[in-house]
Write a new protein. Structure first.
Length: 350
């Protein structure tokens, strides 16, 4: 088992290991005074893990109810958010009780946002069940829902009270869902860790999943400690996301988030290599890893549609946007630019 301490506006632990879901009730009871819990999960994860989650909480003295919503990005919207807030009210949830986010990134974002809004803040424990959620979205306090105009446009920064990653839940993931999570793992290697890239190249990430997840969480912990509110250095975590989010939106969320991030990383890296601003080794290693973990590297979407969607990016500042540029393996930098330059790079990298 791995334990990572995150020091942000709230200090909390990220626990990574086999079977740690069974510890949820006792850990929650030690953290909280209230004894009412609402589990938030989706229609895919609920049938697999809701009962076990309910049992560990009840055994620790919690009264438990469960809110289940239809699986998929389409549910991450203000309508579902309002349904969830209404559910909290009907359960008479108090500020000493707890929300349990049981599932992937959509569940974590939705439940985390609802918990941050209800009564101006109810404790939330993240129990991620997908690779992507374990290595990225469950840690760091970003919560959000989408609008038709763009992804994650309504949200808060609210740190969880605990993150519990039971890696045995990855055993029930469809292969393509595990693979999309690898895009975020590769991202961490590209931005901050040549060592992680070498591990991914020479070994099988699935066999070393506890080590890989812990390494990604430590990398994110360090970035969040530098810039919790995403004004500066934390934007390094968005490598591949400006174009990726735009592609995701234009595909009506029919492509996995991780697949879109992979495409965004590939386009940007190719463009910078061709522009003489990045060594060829960055493109070579990235493409090799995307191929190894069965991730896409291109899209047929017209450039004008991608650019139009990118204008809705929440990180936009007027006509300026921050791009994440690889300089060497394991080292990316932030570069402020405009949309004309983004358009040029998009064409260069296709």
């Amino acid at each position: 088992m791995e334990q990572v301490l995150v020091r942000a506006s709230r200090v909390y632990e990220v626990i990574i290991g086999e079977g740690v879901l069974s510890e949820l009730g006792l850990r929650a009871a030690a953290l909280l005074r209230g004894r009412r819990a609402v589990i938030v999960t989706d229609s895919n994860v609920g049938p697999l893990y809701a009962r076990r989650t309910e049992e560990t909480l009840r055994d620790a003295g919690f009264a438990v109810t469960t809110f289940t919503f239809p699986a998929g990005e389409a549910s991450k919207n203000p309508g579902t958010l309002l349904e969830l807030l209404t559910f909290f009210a009907k359960q008479e949830l108090t500020r000493e009780d707890v929300v349990i986010a049981l599932g992937g990134g959509v569940t974590g974002d939705l439940a985390g946002l609802a918990a941050s809004l209800y009564l101006r803040g109810v404790p939330c424990i993240q129990v991620p069940t997908s690779l992507l959620a374990m290595v990225d979205s469950s840690v760091g306090g970003k919560t959000a829902v989408d609008l038709p105009e763009g992804k994650n446009l309504v949200g808060t920064f609210t740190q969880p009270y605990l993150v519990l990653c039971d890696i045995t839940t990855l055993d029930t993931l469809p292969k393509e869902v595990f693979e999309e999570g690898m895009a975020e793992v590769i991202k961490y290697g590209m931005i901050r860790s040549k060592e992680l890239l070498e591990l991914l190249l020479t070994d099988d990430a699935e066999r070393k999943r506890e080590r890989v997840i812990a390494q990604c969480v430590r990398l994110k912990r360090d970035v969040v400690a530098e810039d919790e509110q995403d004004f500066g250095e934390r934007q390094i975590l968005n490598f591949g996301h400006t174009l990726g989010h735009a592609i995701e939106r234009e595909m009506n969320y029919k492509l996995f988030h991780g697949d879109c991030v992979a495409i965004g990383m590939a386009i940007m890296t190719r463009a910078l290599v061709r522009d003489g601003r990045c060594p060829e080794s960055c493109e070579k290693i990235l493409e090799k890893l995307l191929k190894k973990y069965k991730l896409p590297n291109s899209t047929e979407l017209p450039s004008e549609r991608i650019l139009a969607a990118a204008r809705a990016d929440k990180k936009r500042r007027g006509e300026k946007i921050t791009l994440i540029e690889p300089k060497t393996l394991g080292n990316c930098v932030l570069v402020k630019t405009d949309f004309a330059e983004l358009a040029r790079l998009l064409e260069l990298g296709r």
